[in-house]
Design a protein around this ligand. Structure first.
Ligand code: ATP
Length: 587
């Protein structure tokens, strides 16, 4: 991520601080003493003193030197170690640059005119806690709004509840039960819930209702807007959210509410049409950061009136290296806003960094951040590299279509696509090397059932909602566990059951396989012998781990391969030893 490059650059560029000679002398003496202490320690304790905390612990346990208190202190120590690493990694806060420069501090959430049904405010503590406990909702923050379990108590207009019913939506899901009251009352929110659990509605419906409210008060005119902005990590996801907003706002318009103008600002398509739309004033913009920043920079669009911002798949966006872009977008906001972040995976690190930009946020978790959807049956199979393609056709027989096959590289996507076509299987392919028209066609043919199989890279893994996908095949295991969770989450959506098959072999790192093993255990899935036979530090430590950098359950932040890779990349960039860009090509 760019913050590491900045950190390293800043520190390389720094003038050495002048230290008075007296102070230098004291420092030198301290250094000599420290070294002597260390040498003495090594003589007394042996070379073990040089081992890391974790390694020493493993050794102690191997020697049977543990007690129950010991277990506790071990956990505490690991936690402390983790906190220290997190501190060192301190990311520049998400707060917009201009706000930081001006020292603008908002202390209260924005005000909205929404009120729940009066009986919601009369709910007693026990009832509230019971709802949350039963639905596995964990919520934190100040002045928490009460959960609302029925659409009618949310006081949605009739045309909206009818529009929901036409989509088969009668009862809010747990993230909606706690999320709607938070967002409708103007609170900032971090919403974390498993894939396919209905997070999208939590931000789009309030955004539409706020826009209607504003439009009734004062019409948007040419050059004005948007009032609401949704930022997404891929063009396909932006288009999907745009379609959803269009559907609900048109339904409300038919119910007698004012017409809303919604714009889609994404790369890969002609900007002229988008500009034409924006010129006449817009209420809501759904965008990917690249095209949005381009429009903002050219003053085609401004965020002067924007009061509601959502970062969908927020952690994925940061993970893809778009932290600086997101910060720049926020920088264009002129007034106080409501900021919402959603994802199925949101490691502590990202949550901490995001909190800087939020005011009294409500943090809603349904299940553990980064946990897999329990409606997905996960099968992991050891398949030798050369046997993967021939085995694919057999694997496709496991369920009827539609099926999605995920690969790491564009080349593999093209090869498998070609192979399936030769075998007479109706398949489409999607990756960032394809032009936008091809990408749109592939998605729509797969979505409307014209094609049975979609072969794709991770562009198709985040947030896309394909109806009734029966089977996800991971032709390659992902490099990080969060992407695995997002990929398999394309099936088993909103209460339906799905299957995910993942091919593994010796090409995968032990670390990702350990993360996979513990994710399977957490989701009560069958763990194949090949994963059970891996040397596992958790067996030695007799305690569970969770990395706060990537949510992996097989290691701590200290051994996080993703963090190490990132630091290495940043180091290479800052020293100019690589020309790699962290920025993906999907925007
Ligand atoms: N209350 C509900 N009842 C039934 N279906 C719902 C409900 N809310 C949303 N849905 C449907 O569930 C599907 C998944 O919703 P959505 O795409 O919002 O999930 P998500 O949590 O954002 O998933 P992801 O993390 O993969 O992005 C959609 O088709 C949506 O229309």
């Amino acid at each position: 991520m760019k913050q590491f490059a900045n950190f390293i650059n800043e520190n390389l560029d720094e003038e050495p601080e002048y230290i008075p000679i007296r102070k230098q002398k004291i420092q030198k003496e301290e250094l000599v003493k420290e070294k002597a202490d260390e040498e003495e320690k090594e003589i007394v304790e042996g070379p073990q003193a040089k081992l890391s905390l974790l390694e020493r612990r493993i050794k102690m346990i191997q020697n049977g030197e543990t007690t129950q208190e010991d277990n506790l202190s071990r956990m505490e120590r690991l936690k402390k170690e983790e906190e220290e690493i997190l501190k060192q990694l301190e990311m520049k806060p998400l707060l917009a640059v201009s706000e930081m420069a001006k020292g603008v501090v908002y202390t209260e959430p924005i005000k909205t005119g929404w009120k729940p049904h009066p009986k919601i405010n009369l709910m007693n503590r026990a009832k509230i806690q019971e709802i949350r406990r039963k639905l596995h909702i964990i919520v934190s923050g100040e002045d928490l709004p009460n959960p609302i379990t029925k659409f009618k108590n949310l006081r949605f207009p009739k045309s909206l509840t009818e529009a929901l019913k036409r989509k088969g939506i009668y009862q809010p899901t747990p993230i909606q039960i706690q999320g709607f009251p938070a967002v409708l009352s103007g609170r900032d929110m971090i919403g974390i819930a498993f894939t396919g659990s209905g997070k999208t509605l939590v931000f789009i419906l309030p955004m539409i209702l706020f826009a209607i409210d504003e439009e009734i008060k004062m019409k948007i005119v040419s050059g004005e807007g948007p009032l609401g902005l949704v930022l997404c990590p891929s063009r396909e996801l932006a288009r999907q959210i745009y379609d959803e907003i269009e559907y609900y706002s048109r339904s409300l318009e038919m119910g007698g509410f004012p017409e809303l103008k919604i714009a889609l600002c994404i790369g890969g398509i002609n900007a002229r049409e988008q500009i034409e739309m924006i010129k006449h004033g817009v209420h809501i913009v759904v965008a990917t950061p690249g095209r949005l920043l381009d429009f903002l920079g050219k003053k085609i669009l401004n965020l002067d009136l924007t009061r509601h911002i959502t970062l969908d798949e927020a952690d994925r966006m940061i993970d893809m290296g778009f932290e600086e872009e997101v910060r720049s977008v926020l920088d264009y906001c002129k007034s106080q806003r409501q900021t919402l972040l959603f994802s199925a995976t949101m490691p502590t690190k990202i949550q901490n960094f995001a909190k800087s930009a939020l005011i009294k946020p409500v943090i809603v978790n349904v299940g553990r951040a980064g946990a897999a959807n329990l409606d997905v049956i996960q099968e992991v199979e050891y398949v030798k590299q050369e046997a993967k393609i021939p085995y694919l056709c057999e694997c496709l027989q496991k369920t009827p279509p539609p099926v999605i096959i995920f690969c790491d590289s564009k080349q593999d996507v093209d090869d498998i696509h070609e192979y399936l076509l030769i075998k007479g299987i109706s398949a489409v392919a999607i990756h960032s090397g394809k032009d936008q028209q091809e990408r749109i066609l592939a998605i729509s043919q797969f979505k409307n059932g014209q094609k049975d199989v979609l072969v794709g890279t991770d562009i198709a893994s985040k947030g896309l909602d394909f109806p009734n996908v029966r089977h996800i095949i991971n032709f390659d295991m992902t490099k990080d566990i969060e992407n695995y969770v997002h990929r398999i989450g394309r099936t088993g959506r909103c209460g339906k059951t799905g299957l995910a098959t993942t091919f593994i072999n010796k090409n995968q790192s032990e670390s990702i396989l350990l993360d996979l093993k513990h994710l399977l255990i957490e989701a009560k899935q069958k763990v194949p012998p090949v994963l059970l036979s891996l040397p596992d530090p958790q067996n030695e430590l007799d305690m569970s781990l969770e990395c706060s950098f990537c949510s992996g359950l097989g290691h701590t932040i200290r051994d996080c391969p993703k963090l190490k890779a990132l630091q290495m990349k940043q180091m290479q960039i800052s020293t100019g030893t690589t020309s790699d860009s962290l920025v993906g090509g999907d925007w």
